[in-house]
Design a protein. Sequence first.
Length: 235
Amino acid sequence: MNLFLASLLFSVIILIYWIILELFTVMFRITGLPDDKARFQVLSLLTGAGFTTRESESILSSKMRRKLAQVTMLFGYVFNISIVSAFVNIFFSLKSAQVDNFFLGIVVPLSIAALVIMLIRTRFIRKRIDMLLSQIAGKIMKQDKVNTVLLMDYIGHDSIANVILKKIPEHLQHKTLAESRLKQEHSILVLLVERDGFKPEAAVAGTVFRPGDRLTVFGRYDEISRVFQAEERFF
């Protein structure tokens, strides 16, 4: 393999690696992890560093996140081997490369890769990429048709969970939060509502649930799953 092809292959693998990083970050965000924690955990898993002990309970407590972590590590092993192999190809190609081909063989492919990364990190393009990756992640995790629930933390016998509503249960349709009597009859507190990708806001008495809402709720995990007709699903 000549120097140019080796460098181009290395650049392509780096770009794919970045896309995989973003995709798995979105998938962990779907499970209820904050963006910063999701990104850090995915980067740790992909690089083979594992996940931090302090935050490991947030992954180990959820069947979905455990499976997702396993898949992330498998992708990490494959891409780490690919990156090392591509780098070795570049090293051996350097020996046979002429000096005048050095710029074309290394700097050009890496510059193109850097330019592409800079472009996809602009606000407009990044927003479109996030929307596309969210759609792909939702289909992979089968969250396009069913309500899903993810455990975030335990507090005594109760739990904090993340509920994504794809369809509103019949007993909650066209009712405000106050009218639903979730607190009085089911001991469920709706803490936050994230809608249309905007920053989560505190739920109020007049809040009416809509398809696509992401709820942060507090109560017994089995009761939350039953009331919102939600399942923990993955693959």
